[in-house]
Design a protein around this ligand. Structure first.
Ligand code: PLP
Length: 438
């Protein structure tokens, strides 16, 4: 007989810190035992007890097409049969970079890495190497991976665990990061007025989705573009989460492309690997040419551009056509409406925040009235209503993200049947949120 989730979790906790390989998976902020996933297909995941859930986590982003898309799996199998890793260049990595550049031509040169964290870390080093400056500006609630310099007031797991940052980050490193409130152009202007000649880069999530979803106010990103230009700093647009998810050309396709501007550097991840470890940093040719072996900024990786992982990414991007993005947008719109309706019926004041097909819900009168513009709004919301809401969904076979500070992810495989299952579960979940106490 296969073990229960509780049995596996107990063993995992004895041998792995918190029983998980990444903190938010431990269900710390919602409580309870996380299902240990045995398999996943399409819109569904199945745990070791054989329970099936409609999945709204999507591996935190990569599963754009749904889990185990047959053509992606076939591409992976075919690549694996030819060898797992060579430590030498391959045609697949060049094809994947071509596919990225086709969608985002402003990524003039692209370097492949294995995780989003590596991508943002490399972007910062490049910005510092290129400008010869040391300071970096980030926004509270934006998560850019577990890079030392970027953990201050980060979203995602750092927000979920209510940590101000992380122990183990030296004060010297922390002192090189200026943290500003999101969507606050005046704060950015002030930072440049005070520290302009020392600022190497402003890094921002293209549309933040790690403090829940908080879309950039109209013109905010363009203003960051203007201010960084004016002061000789670089703009790093982190599209690890939004890239090739919120549209064919990511968030840049919805904004920069239309408005005729681009950041200096992009970071990509998640969807570009189709579920295997691939991420990328790309951007202006003159900046990217600073990377070794062309330039003095060192960066490398034993598994970078791995042939199996890049095959998964390439197959995913080839399949992610306009129809896929239309389906994602329509699916997300329908779900947002269903969530709002259920919460309204249960009398729960809330704000449904969204950016493209990414969305999240924040509870409380304040957010219902004013929306959520920054991390302080999120922290001030009634996020304690989320745990019972989440567990009611889980009990009904719907796996929402186990944190109020994470986005919900839909996929091309979320069909009427999957949506109906979610919609049937929502009234009880909304009732649980209504009855929640802090
Ligand atoms: N940047 C953003 C916007 C992210 O959402 C994430 C991960 O969630 C990262 C960077 C880090 O990526 P990874 O977890 O692959 O290191």
């Amino acid at each position: 007989m296969s073990p229960t989730n509780a049995e596996v979790f107990a063993h995992a906790q004895a041998v792995i810190p918190g029983g998980v390989s990444s903190p938010v998976r431990a269900y710390g902020s919602v409580g309870g035992t996380p299902p240990f996933v045995a398999s996943a297909r399409g819109a569904y995941v199945t745990d070791v007890e054989g329970r099936q859930y409609v999945d709204l986590v999507g591996s935190w982003g990569p599963a754009l097409l749904g889990h185990a898309h047959p053509e992606v799996v076939a591409a992976v199998q075919e690549a694996a049969a030819r060898g797992l890793s060579f430590g030498a260049p391959t045609t697949t990595e060049v094809e994947l970079v071509d596919a990225i550049r086709y969608r985002v031509p402003a990524a003039e040169l692209v370097r492949l890495v294995s995780t989003g964290t590596e991508a943002t870390m490399t972007a910062l080093r490049l910005a510092r190497g290129y400008t010869g400056r040391d300071l970096v500006v980030k926004f509270a609630g934006c998560y850019h991976g577990h890079v030392d310099a970027l953990l201050a007031q980060a979203g995602s797991g750092v927000a979920t665990l209510a940590l101000p940052g992380s122990a183990g980050v030296s004060s010297a490193v922390a002192a090189e990061t200026i943290v500003l409130p999101y969507n606050d152009v005046d704060a950015v202007r002030d930072a440049f007025a005070q520290h302009g000649p020392r600022i190497a880069a402003v890094i921002t999530e293209a549309a933040p989705a790690n403090m829940g979803v908080v879309p950039p106010a109209p013109g905010f990103n363009a203003e960051l573009r203007a201010l960084t230009h004016e002061h000789g700093a670089l703009l790093v647009q982190d599209e690890v989460l939004t890239g090739f998810r919120v549209g064919y050309s990511g968030w840049w396709g919805l904004e920069g492309l239309r408005e005729g501007w681009s950041p200096d550097l992009f970071t990509f991840g998640k969807v570009v690997g189709g579920g295997l470890p691939v991420a990328a940093v790309g951007g202006r040719r003159d900046v990217m040419r600073q990377l070794a072996p062309l330039g003095p900024v060192y960066q490398a990786g034993t598994l970078s551009g791995n042939p199996v992982a890049t095959a998964a990414g390439l197959a995913t991007l080839r399949l992610a056509d306009a129809d896929v993005y239309r389906h994602l947008d329509e699916t997300a719109a329908r779900l947002r409406e269903s969530v709002t309706k259920a919460l309204a019926n249960a009398g729960v004041p809330h704000a449904l925040q969204w950016a493209g097909s990414l969305f999240s819900v924040a509870f409380g009168d304040d957010v219902a009235e004013h929306g959520v513009r920054d991390y302080a709004d999120v922290q001030g919301s009634e996020h304690w209503r989320y745990a019972p809401f989440f567990h009611a969904l889980l009990d009904a076979g719907v796996s929402a993200p186990p944190s109020a500070f994470e986005a919900w992810f839909v996929s091309a495989a979320h069909d009427d049947e999957a949506l109906a299952r979610i919609e049937n579960a929502l009234p009880a979940a909304a009732q649980a949120a209504a009855e929640a106490t802090p």
